[in-house]
Design a protein around this ligand. Structure first.
Ligand code: TYD
Ligand code: MG
Length: 453
């Protein structure tokens, strides 16, 4: 039998299949399987007794905390948990054009200006293009070592010397190739091999390595997910095209938490940090329209106010449309069902559209009450109270449950000039805006309606 010399690898999740298929059975992605030359298998002859003895040590002598290099981009430092850790590998993923190169150029210029040797190696842009960008960003005087390269051998040849740069940015990992592997740059095999060579160098030289990885939908190049397990920290840079806001999120961090986010605004001068995102998300809020409600949310340890908008329109279809941007479709279906079954408010002949303003994405169940308020406001065509924020989780029986960090949410709302907070009733004391059941919310809207008319 002829031994097969190629394997079929999903570019999305890295699963290996014996033959080509249209759909990856491991991750369910379509059209992502690519034939690649097989790598040499594990060398034969590995058996006990041949390896050298490991030097085991105890947990207690782990040493001090790893030293950090601040990037002076406060939002980035916050997400990293206090700056770049020496000898760590960080992967920054995101859609093409979202601003990864811009962010890293700004960060690396800041570390270079502080005197840490910093290199920026681009496989996508020419040195001239990067210079132009640096000029636009006002960073030309930063002593960054700049180069354009694609060969991992060349990159290692330049970085793996003493003194090695303290910070090295590689933009992007999908443009690199290891010349001993036949696959094209961007395939899973190349991306993994290139990353692992660079990470090994980073550990050896105690360099902080920042790898850029593009997220792709069509599977033509391997996504950053195939590298997530190899690096210490995985950050995703997200945002909606057409909105200037960008959000940096940690999904894995060996040196800090993953609950913090960084908020940036893309402008003519590159990315600027947004230290008070609530004010920014609230700035474009219109006056007195029905269906618009302010949700007092939390992102990590940070309270954040965002506007939730609902639109309810008559439907003539057997299954009316439900469209959601920035929130969970299943959760919307649940709230609609609870409103129907527990409060007698029907949407069965209505189309429902829900949108989180500013291109923001909400993951918290605490938004339930705000969504319900937006839906009721849109259905009854009555503006929600303009001076109030909403938050609370809704259970299947229609009960409103308190959520974590109430104090922080209230404080943020107060800071931005909201005098009322409509949330779960606590304790026995009588609160006019305390909600025990979703019916209280329906009553509130009916009452507002009476007060106005
Ligand atoms: P870029 O950092 O090249 O994205 P990525 O590396 O993630 O592919 O950013 C590209 C976009 O950012 C591009 O469409 C132009 C925009 N941009 C600005 O709006 N202002 C700026 O100062 C810069 C440098 C880029
Ligand atoms: Mg780029």
């Amino acid at each position: 039998m002829v031994k097969s010399t190629s394997s079929f690898i999903c570019q999305e999740c890295g699963a290996v299949h014996p033959k080509w298929m249209g759909k990856c059975e491991a991750c369910g992605a379509w059209n992502t399987i690519v034939e690649e030359a097989a790598r040499e298998a594990v060398p034969k002859g590995i058996s006990a007794g041949k390896g050298k003895k490991l030097a085991f040590s105890s947990l207690s002598d782990a040493g001090e905390e790893a030293p950090r290099i601040p990037t002076l981009v406060a939002e980035l430092d916050r997400v990293l948990g206090g700056g770049l850790v020496e000898g760590s590998a960080i992967l920054i993923g995101g859609d093409p054009g979202i601003g990864k190169s811009t962010l890293l150029l700004q960060a690396v210029a800041a570390t270079a200006k502080q005197g840490f040797g910093s290199a920026y190696i681009s496989g996508e842009e020419s040195v001239q293009q990067i210079r132009l960008r640096a000029k636009r960003l006002g960073l030309v005087d930063a002593p960054v070592q700049l180069a354009a390269a694609n060969s991992v051998r060349d990159i290692l040849g330049s970085l793996d010397n003493s003194p090695a740069p303290r910070v090295a940015v590689i933009d992007s990992v999908q443009t690199l190739y290891v010349d001993s592997i036949e696959s094209a740059p961007g395939t899973v095999t190349q991306v993994r091999a290139s990353a692992s060579e660079l990470i090994r160098m980073a550990k050896r030289r105690n360099t902080c390595l920042l790898l850029v990885g593009h997220v792709t939908k069509d599977g033509q190049i391997a996504g950053p997910r195939v590298l997530e397990h190899m690096v210490d920290t995985v950050l995703y840079f997200e945002g909606e095209r057409g909105h200037p806001f960008r959000i940096l999120r940690a999904v894995k961090n060996r040196f800090g938490g993953t609950e913090e986010i960084g908020v940036f605004e893309m402008g003519d001068q590159g990315l600027s940090e947004v230290s008070n995102p609530s004010a920014l998300f609230m700035a474009q809020r219109g006056e007195q329209v029905s269906g618009s409600v302010v949700f007092a949310g939390m992102e990590g340890s940070r309270p954040m106010l965002v506007e939730i908008q609902a639109l309810v329109a008559p439907s003539f279809m057997a299954t009316p449309r439900r469209a959601v941007v920035g929130w969970d479709t299943n959760r919307l279906a649940m709230i609609l069902a609870v409103l129907d079954a527990r409060c007698g408010v029907r949407f069965h002949d209505k189309e429902v559209y829900l949108n989180v303003a500013g291109g923001f994405k909400i993951g918290e169940p605490a938004a339930d009450l705000a969504v319900a308020a937006a839906l009721l406001s849109a259905l009854l065509n009555r503006p929600a109270p303009q001076d109030a924020v909403f938050f609370g989780e809704i259970g299947l029986s229609g009960e409103v449950r308190p959520v974590a960090r109430t104090d922080a949410r209230l404080k943020e709302a107060q800071k931005l000039g909201f005098s009322r907070a409509i949330h779960a009733a606590s304790g026995k004391e009588k609160q006019p805006d305390g909600m025990k059941h979703l019916q209280d919310m329906v009553r509130l809207f009916r009452r507002e309606q009476e007060l106005v008319s």
